[in-house]
Design a protein around this ligand. Structure first.
Ligand SMILES: CC(=O)[C@@H](O)[C@H](O)COP(=O)(O)O
Length: 260
């Protein structure tokens, strides 16, 4: 069970709702993933998405509206206010994009927008880079959760900088952290969970798979396996080989005599 944003959730896989071949496939994929936290774009909803809302409303999920496509503090705050009204939640996945090429979050505007949204009573889930100091500032600004990127949105590259992520995990051990974006394969999600992250959020890897429903199920298993491995505690990595089969008492091995 994961406690996040004041709610208890069973699944550590959070899923997006964009880019699916059809609304029915989206619904089937979300069900197959067993995700309980589902992110939705307010801007998409704003673009005549009444049908879309009716469809996703069939799901019993916690909605995590996002500010995808926002580049300024003003845009992000306005979008968050619309989301609160539309989805009746104070949760907001805050995206403030600073660079169009790799959709990298703008750390300065993200921080400013966070301060404003926290003041207005939002539970901010900030989509951020893996920079430790930025993450510390976001916590100072009132975030209770962090969402560092795995890799740029839609790239499917997996964890670009495991060292930076590991550092974040070690330095901020008690903060719920969700790896968001850039995950391409279930093994990437497993890796994030093995490292001790609390959850992963992804969209493209499922929506753009040849068989999104099957891929959603694969991600569910990958996340579960990674979490279980983390809880089980991995063996330490060694530089020097150590036999896993004891040879004591083996009758024919006589190293001293050089016997082969
Ligand atoms: C849907 C959403 O919120 C995305 O902005 C998110 O960051 C997922 O990224 P991927 O599509 O790379 O999984």
């Amino acid at each position: 069970m994961l406690k996040i944003g004041g709610k208890d959730v069973n699944s550590r896989l959070f899923l997006g709702t964009a880019l699916y071949p059809s609304p029915q496939i989206m619904l089937d994929a979300i069900r197959a993933s067993e995700a309980e936290v589902v992110t939705v774009s307010v801007r998409r909803e704003g673009q005549g998405g009444e049908n879309f809302w009716k469809q996703i409303n069939q799901l019993d999920c916690h909605w995590l509206p996002n500010t995808a496509g926002c580049h300024t503090v003003k845009e992000a705050v306005t979008t968050a206010e619309m989301a609160r009204e539309l989805f009746q939640t104070n949760w907001i996945k805050l995206e403030v994009i600073g660079d169009e090429y790799n959709l990298q979050p703008d750390p300065f505007r993200l921080l400013d927008a966070t301060r404003e949204l926290v003041k207005r009573g939002f539970e901010v889930f900030p989509y951020c880079t893996d920079d430790l100091v930025l993450c510390q500032r976001l916590l100072d600004a009132g975030c209770n959760i962090l969402m560092p990127w795995g890799a740029p949105i839609g790239t499917g590259r997996g964890l670009s900088d495991p060292y930076a992520l590991q550092t974040l995990r070690q330095r901020l051990p008690d903060i719920p952290m969700v790896i968001d974006a850039g995950i391409g394969l279930p093994s990437h999600a497993t890796q994030a969970m093995e490292m001790g992250f609390d959850a992963v959020l992804l969209n493209t890897a499922v929506a753009q798979a040849e068989d999104p429903v099957n891929m959603a199920a694969a991600f569910k298993e990958g996340v579960t396996a990674g979490r279980r491995a983390y809880e089980a505690g991995a063996m330490p990595v060694r530089d020097i080989a150590k036999p896993s089969t004891p040879v004591l008492g083996t009758p024919f091995w006589q190293q001293d005599k050089g016997d082969v």
